[in-house]
Design a binder for this molecule. Structure first.
Ligand SMILES: Nc1ncnc2c1ncn2[C@@H]1O[C@H](COP(=O)(O)OP(=O)(O)OP(=O)(O)O)[C@@H](O)[C@H]1O
Ligand SMILES: [Mg+2]
Length: 1139
């Protein structure tokens, strides 16, 4: 059984009194002293902590100490209040048990300090976080506020709690503080108006006067000098080691942290100031006619200032101090107050005002620190109630305080001594009974409902008739006289009759902690706690909101004639509630002991300590613990807690819990004297055994934790791995998808490129092929054309050849003839020449002879002959030259041989003309009939338009086809063709110009010998048919456009809709044909009028519209456009002909 550290290690004296040997009062005190001298102020009795007040600060509350005790077993380290706090906190957090920390001891023994240490420890070890820290801070900072208002210096304690405080700290399931609730118990309010010698009023009065700034004091109408205030005792106004000014700042700061608003703090201080002011109001008697004294306020200055401070009408308060209104049923009686009554009223007001202010503070703090969540809380209650006290003069307050301590002692006895012993018996554990003093009898003396002191006091207070403290004492003397713990002068208990230490106006109670002599003076009044209604109403009338709030009963509309419960009964019931509350929680005891009466360090007054040890029943406590067992636990929880220590009970034990525990203990080989089996619990004698179990459990838990950790880590790693794997699969899938997508996109784009190349290549190939094909076609066409051309040329050549041949034949014949003729001629000429030559020779000879003979006679005639001969020769040569240089037979051949001599000009021109005419005649003679007609039409066109219309020259080269639509062949126009009886001479698509807007609509124009027919281009339906005789003229412009108007004979059947304005691409041909047919169709052989002008009138129904042609810049191609300008004008823009 090895424990690493223990309270037994390096122990000074004995850390746990249970281990004290031999056990006696002396050894007990000696042990305490020894430890106290070595600064070991904490000692255990089992789980109870005895705390000695060191009256000096010890270095045992450092954060390191907190860490040292944190999560350690109670008995593991040397005794400390932190060990108890830790045990309570862990038990609350881990075992879900509500805890209460009961701190008891007499005044000055260190209860309040202990409670603060517990709270600060819990605050240090519980959870952290912004919100949690705020809660902690608020809980901790509530202490300075309540101490300032509820603590005072007494002869026993410089910081004595003058109220009882029970604070529930609430935790969540994790052990983090959520908030708290403070309950306060009866403030010793009598201290407000009067303090025993050597004591002070509540700290706040001194703190305010010392610490507040001048400005604040001025606003509160206060003076820094304590001596100016009747309610402040002067002899002990300054306390050693207490800096009121600093404390004031601490308190204000704490109030702010707790959550008080600035105006709330101001209001509170105003009320504190008001109490001080109230104490300074003094009264003087004023005689009245009926020999009674009526009180009057002596110096109204303080009254005035107080009223100003609280917003009370001065006269109202003044009157309340002079008169008292008693309401009984429907009657209201006003009685005057004498000076004593006025002082009584003033003090009652001051006490009430202060105690109500204190209760308001507690409520306000509670509002701030209450838990915000509604979930179930775990609760740790810390009880710090005023300690048992015995003064020189003990009054009602001490009676109440000591009663409360009596009750606490009772609960301690109940739970530690009686309960423990009873439990052993109940559980069938062998047990020798231990005697202890049970203070239930004293509690009964005080609180018994029939004849308890409190019941008597209440009865006396409520009784009609004259009631005084003396009558109350008399009553006690009659009722309680025989009680063994009650003593009084008139007590029937003869034992006390001769006790002269007992004054007549007092009674004595033998409390568990000693005898206390109570003076009955003031018991009735204090129990009644009366405040005249006039005063509460005056307070309610105040404009000061907090003041108003504190005196709700002053509200005239809520007058309550019922007596309020007495102070005693109120306290009794609240203590009763507290006790019940404490019993529901797991108690943790801190028993505080005061080492000396001098509030000094290092002094151990054995008698004083001995007295406390006795009345606190610490010896009995040790005895019970020693006789019994240090630890017990029901089998179920015990098995549950330690089952992991034995293989047979872990993880599940199927049998009864007790058997399981037995198996467990046997397995662990715990010596049998170390434990006993009760009926429902196992009792462990020695704490060491428990430590052993706990240590084993801790180790086992560590192993288990390791196992759980291992499994958890394994699980976590596996989960993590699976997640990673899954993620990897997802990532891989996504990546693959992405990669494939990319690849696909690449392939796709590549495919597109390849495709486009292939398509391009194919297209180009196709293009090449098509081009080739086209070229072939063109080539074929060209070849065909060339072929045809060749054919034609060959034919032409042949024809020409033929012609030439014919001609040649002719020519050759002619030449032959000519040659023949020439030969003949030459022969003839030769002959002639010869003849001529002969003749000439002859002649010459003759002539020579003659000339010789007749030379002198014939010389003059020879010149003429020579001349004629020469002329003849020249002419002959010229004709032969013309004949050899004749041009071709083409009529358009402009060639003509040049003339040799100018004198031949006329003959030469004449010859050329004759030749040309002859050539034309030859050319004409080979024409067919149709061709003749064509040339005739062309000729006619030339006659009509040449030099008259700019369009004409472009038409010359175009053959007149006539039927452009091949109407007889095209099946689309079969119906139309059939409608027209005559032979169609011209079929063409023309634009019929809309009269309204000048836009064109396609029509088929058919021209027969008798009619001009206009038909729909798509359907072939005849739209209009004009008999040629009805057509009187055709108008065209001089320009390069195809517009023409067909003017109809007025009144004719065709002229119903008026004239037609049309445009045609074959205008020249159309008009020429129309002119040609028109003249042949005319009955009277009248020519159709062709009007060529840039402005002509067209009859549209009733209107005559002028069609005007203007030249415009080329737009939308080269076609002319027609626009309706107004009702009378249609304007045709004709693009200027490009050169
Ligand atoms: N643990 C401690 N360490 C140092 N000083 C202490 C300790 N406990 C108490 N004291 C001193 O003893 C004084 C009185 O203690 P405390 O106010 O706690 O007594 P109390 O039991 O609450 O008395 P009362 O019943 O009058 O309120 C404290 O002001 C402080 O100076
Ligand atoms: Mg205290």
């Amino acid at each position: 059984m090895e424990v690493k550290t223990s309270l037994l290690d390096n122990m000074i004296g004995v850390g746990d009194m249970v281990l004290l040997e031999p056990l006696s009062e002396d050894s007990f005190l000696e042990n305490l002293k020894k430890r106290f001298d070595h600064n070991e102020i904490y000692t255990y009795i089992g789980s109870v902590v005895i705390s000695m007040n060191p009256y000096r600060s010890l270095p045992i509350y450092s954060p390191e100490k907190v860490e040292e005790y944190r999560n350690r077993n109670f008995y593991e380290l040397s005794p400390h209040i932190y060990a108890l706090a830790d045990e309570a906190y862990r038990s609350l957090r881990d075992q879900d048990k509500d805890q209460c920390i009961l701190i008891t001891g007499e005044s000055g023994s260190g209860k309040t300090e202990a409670s603060k240490l517990v709270m600060s420890y819990v605050a240090a070890v519980c959870g952290k976080g912004q919100e949690v820290n705020k809660v902690k801070e608020q809980l901790l900072q509530s202490n300075p506020v309540l101490e300032a208002f509820g603590n005072a210096k007494t002869v026993r304690n410089d910081n004595s709690s003058r109220f009882g405080k029970y604070m529930d700290i609430e935790f969540d399931f994790k052990g983090d503080p959520l908030g708290g609730v403070i309950s306060n118990y009866l403030l010793e309010k009598s201290r407000v108006v009067k303090q025993p010698r050597g004591e002070r009023n509540f700290h706040i009065f001194y703190q305010l006067l010392s610490g507040a700034s001048d400005d604040t004091l001025k606003k509160l109408k206060l003076d820094r000098d304590f001596s100016k205030y009747n309610y402040l005792s002067l002899d002990s106004a300054v306390v050693n080691g207490l800096d009121d000014a600093t404390s004031f700042r601490t308190v204000k700061n704490a109030m702010q942290i707790v959550g008080f608003m600035e105006d709330e703090i101001r209001s509170v201080l105003e009320l504190v100031a008001a109490v001080l002011k109230l104490g300074n109001i003094e009264f003087k008697p004023e005689s009245r006619c009926n020999d009674t004294d009526e009180s009057r306020v002596r110096d109204k200055n303080d009254l005035k200032e107080m009223c100003e401070l609280l917003g009370i009408e001065q006269t109202v308060l003044e009157r309340a101090f002079s008169y008292r209104t008693v309401e009984a049923k429907l009657e209201k009686v006003s009685t005057t107050l004498n000076v004593a009554q006025a002082y009584y009223a003033r003090d009652a007001l001051a006490k009430n005002l202060y105690s109500r202010l204190f209760s308001w503070l507690v409520t306000r703090i509670n509002e701030s620190i209450k838990a915000q969540t509604k979930s179930r809380h775990k609760v740790m209650g810390v009880l710090d109630i005023y300690g048992f006290e015995i003064f020189e003069d003990n009054s009602f307050e001490q009676f109440i305080i000591n009663y409360c301590n009596e009750k606490l002692q009772q609960i301690f006895i109940e739970l530690t001594l009686r309960e423990e012993q009873e439990e052993y018996i109940r559980e069938g554990i062998e047990w020798t009974n231990i005697e202890y003093f049970n203070n239930a009898v004293i509690c009964d003396l005080i609180e018994n409902n029939q004849n308890g002191i409190m019941a008597m006091l209440d009865e006396e207070c409520l009784r009609p008739g004259t009631v005084t403290d003396e009558t109350f004492l008399d009553k006690l003397n009659t009722v309680c006289a025989e009680h063994q713990h009650f003593e009084s002068r008139l007590s029937k208990n003869s034992k006390f009759l001769n006790d002269h230490s007992l004054p007549h106006s007092c009674f004595r109670i033998q409390h568990y902690a000693g005898k206390v002599l109570y003076c009955v003076e003031g018991f009735v009044d204090k129990n009644n706690d009366l405040l005249y209604r006039d005063l509460s109403q005056a307070m309610f009338k105040a404009t000061h909101s907090l003041m108003k709030e504190l005196f709700p009963e002053g509200n005239p509309s809520k007058v309550n004639l019922k007596r309020p419960p007495t102070a005693g009964s109120q306290f009794k019931s609240s203590v009763g509630t507290l006790m019940k509350n404490l019993q529901t929680k797991n108690p943790n005891y801190i028993r505080c002991i005061k080492p000396n009466d001098k509030k000094a360090a290092h002094i151990f007054t054995a008698s004083l300590v001995c007295h406390q040890v006795r009345y606190l029943g610490l010896m009995e406590n040790v005895r019970v613990r020693r006789a019994g067992y240090a630890f017990r636990q029901p089998y179920g929880p015990c098995l549950e807690r330690y089952k992991m220590l034995c293989k047979r009970t872990w993880p599940h034990w199927r049998g009864p819990a007790r058997e399981g525990v037995e198996v467990l203990m046997a397995d662990l080989q715990v010596p049998t004297e170390e434990f006993s089996y009760g009926r429902s619990k196992i009792f462990i004698r020695n704490p060491r055994t428990l430590f052993f179990l706990e240590e084993r459990r801790r180790q086992c838990l560590q192993d288990l934790a390791t196992l759980i950790q291992k499994i958890y880590r394994g699980w976590k790693c596996r989960t993590h791995f699976l997640l990673l794997k899954k993620s990897q699969v997802v990532v891989a899938a996504w990546y693959r998808r992405y990669a494939q997508q990319k690849k696909y996109q690449r392939i796709k784009s590549a495919t597109t490129v390849v495709q486009s190349y292939a398509r391009g290549w194919q297209a180009r190939k196709l293009l090449r092929e098509l081009k080739h094909q086209k070229r072939c076609e063109e080539a074929v066409t060209t070849i065909a054309a060339y072929w045809h051309g060749t054919q034609a040329r060959t034919e032409l050549r042949r024809l020409k050849q033929e012609v030439r041949n014919k001609h040649a034949v002719t020519v050759i014949w002619a030449y032959w003839q000519g040659t023949q003729a020439r030969r003949e001629l030459r022969k003839l000429k030769e002959e002639a020449r010869r003849k001529h030559a002969v003749a000439v020779i002859w002649a010459c000879w003759q002539g020579l002879k003659v000339r010789r003979e007749y030379r002198k006679f014939f010389r003059a005639n020879a010149g003429k002959k020579i001349y004629n001969f020469t002329i003849q020769r020249i002419m002959q040569k010229y004709f032969l030259g013309v004949k050899s240089g004749l041009p071709s037979m083409s009529p358009v051949d402009k060639n003509w041989p040049a003339r040799p001599y100018r004198f031949l000009d006329a003959a030469h021109a004449q010859l050329r003309s004759i030749f040309h005419l002859w050539r034309c005649k030859k050319y004409r003679s080979q024409f067919s009939q149709e061709r003749k007609a064509v040339y005739q039409e062309k000729l006619e066109a030339s006659e009509l338009f040449k030099d008259k219309k700019s369009l004409y020259p472009s038409s010359v080269s175009q053959p007149f086809k006539g039927d452009y639509l091949e109407i007889s062949k095209n099946p689309k126009y079969q119906k139309l063709n059939s409608c027209v009886e005559e032979k169609v001479l011209l079929a063409d698509v023309v634009n019929k110009i809309n009269r309204a807007n000048g836009k064109g609509a396609s029509r088929i124009l058919l021209l027969t010998k008798k009619n001009v027919v206009l038909a729909d281009q798509k359907t072939g339906q005849v739209k209009a048919s004009v008999a040629l005789p009805d057509l009187i003229s055709v108008s065209v412009s001089t320009q390069n456009d195809g517009f023409f108007a067909l003017k109809l004979k007025e009144g004719s059947a065709s002229a119903v809709k008026g004239d037609f304005l049309l445009s045609s691409e074959h205008l020249i041909e159309t008009i020429t044909k129309l002119h040609h047919i028109g003249s042949t169709a005319s009955d009277d052989g009248e020519q159709l009028d062709i009007n060529i002008s840039d402005e002509f009138l067209v009859q549209f129904k009733q209107d005559k519209v002028c069609v005007k042609f203007i030249q415009a810049a080329p737009k939308n191609g080269n076609s002319a456009s027609c626009k309706r300008k107004n009702n009378r004008l249609l304007e045709v823009s004709v693009p200027a002909a490009t050169a």
